[in-house]
Design a protein around this ligand. Structure first.
Ligand code: ATP
Length: 277
C-alpha cells in the first residue's frame, strides 16, 4: 500500500487557472519518487499539497490510505517538508535551535535533543555552524540546515523541494546520502528537482508534471532496458539527451504516456533511442 498518495488532485491559486488538474501519484516505503518538469509546471505546489499545507479543490491526498486532512495536525510529525526556499522555514536564532526546534516542541528531553542534533549535524557536515544565526549562512548551508531540521525528528515521509539546489559537490553528496539512507530505512521520499543527475541517481521512479497531471515512468530499470540496451551512456546523460532532443520535458512526458498506453516502454522508446546514439 502506498504511504502517501495523490488521487485525482486539483489545485489552483486562482479559480480560473488550476495548476494541478487531476494529478495522481503514489509513493510507498523505500521509494524515492522524483517530480520533474519545466519551470512553473506545479512541482512545488504538488509538494505543498502532499504535505497538507494546501488543500486540493478536488480529489484527495491519502496518508496510509486515509484522507490526510482528517489526520492533521497529528500527521505533521510524520511528514518532513523541505521548502524550495530554505528561508521559508528557518526562523530560530541559531542553527542549533533551528535543528532542535521540532524535538523540543514534541517535549523531547534536552539531553536527547542534544544527542540527536549532534548526530544529524555530523551526518550533513554542519558541525561548527551550530552557534551561527541561519540568516548569516550561504543558501546551500541554509538548505542543509533546513534538511537537518526535518531529518532530526525522523519522519516517515520526506517531501523535498529542490534538495540539491545551490550546493557544491560535498553538499550534494551529503544530501544524496541522507536520501538514500532514508529510503533504505523504509522512508518514503518525494523530491521535486531540476537536477537530472540527482533524479537518475536517487529516484526509484520519475514522474513528470505536464498539463497539470503526472506522467510516471515505469521504473528507471525499465527505462534503461527499453531505451538504452545498446547505449553505453550513463543514465543521467541519456535522460538529459532525450529530454533535450525530444524538445523538453513535455515531449518526454508525452512519449512516456504513449509508452504506458502501449504497455511496452522498450518498443515505444526505441525510435527515440536512435536520437541518443
Ligand atoms: N502563492 C502563489 N500564488 C499564485 N500563484 C502561484 C503561487 N505559487 C505558485 N504560483 C504559480 O503556480 C504555478 C506553479 O508554480 P510552482 O512553483 O508549483 O511550479 P514549479 O514546477 O515548482 O516551478 P519551478 O521549477 O520554477 O520551481 C506557476 O504558474 C506559479 O506562478
Amino acid at each position: 500500500m502506498p504511504v502517501i498518495e495523490a488521487r485525482g488532485v486539483w489545485f489552483g491559486y486562482t479559480r480560473r487557472a488550476p495548476v494541478l488538474r487531476g494529478v495522481s501519484l503514489r509513493a510507498g516505503p523505500g521509494e524515492v519518487v522524483a517530480l520533474a518538469g519545466p519551470t512553473g509546471c506545479g512541482k512545488s505546489t504538488l509538494i505543498l499539497v502532499l504535505a497538507g499545507l494546501l488543500r486540493p479543490s478536488r480529489g484527495e491526498v491519502l496518508l496510509d490510505g486515509r484522507p490526510l486532512h482528517e489526520q492533521l495536525p497529528g500527521a505533521r510529525r510524520r511528514i518532513g517538508v523541505l521548502f524550495q526556499n530554505p528561508d521559508d522555514q528557518l526562523f530560530n536564532p541559531t542553527v542549533y535551535d533551528e535543528i532542535a526546534y521540532a524535538l523540543r516542541s514534541l517535549g523531547t528531553p534536552e539531553d536527547e535533543v542534544r544527542a540527536r542534533v549532534e548526530e544529524t549535524t555530523e551526518r550533513l557536515g554542519l558541525q561548527g555552524l551550530l552557534d551561527r544565526p541561519p540568516y548569516r549562512l550561504s543558501v546551500g548551508q541554509r538548505r542543509l540546515v533546513a534538511l537537518a531540521s526535518i531529518l532530526v525528528y525522523n519522519p516517515d515521509v520526506l517531501l523535498l523541494d529542490e534538495p540539491t539546489a545551490n550546493l557544491d559537490r560535498r553538499g550534494v553528496e551529503a544530501i544524496a546520502d541522507a536520501i538514500r539512507e532514508a529510503a533504505e530505512q523504509g522512508k518514503t521520499v518525494v523530491m521535486a528537482s531540476h537536477d537530472l543527475d540527482a533524479i537518475a541517481e536517487l529516484s526509484t521512479r520519475t514522474c513528470i508534471l505536464r498539463d497539470g497531471r503526472a506522467e510516471c515512468m515505469p521504473t528507471l530499470e525499465a527505462l534503461r532496458e527499453g531505451l538504452f540496451e545498446e547505449t553505453p551512456l550513463p543514465l543521467p546523460l541519456c535522460i538529459r539527451l532525450l529530454r533535450d532532443r525530444l524538445g523538453g520535458w513535455n515531449k518526454l512526458a508525452e512519449t512516456i504516456a504513449k509508452a504506458r498506453k502501449a504497455k511496452a516502454p522498450g518498443h515505444c522508446f526505441s525510435d527515440t533511442s536512435a536520437l541518443v546514439r
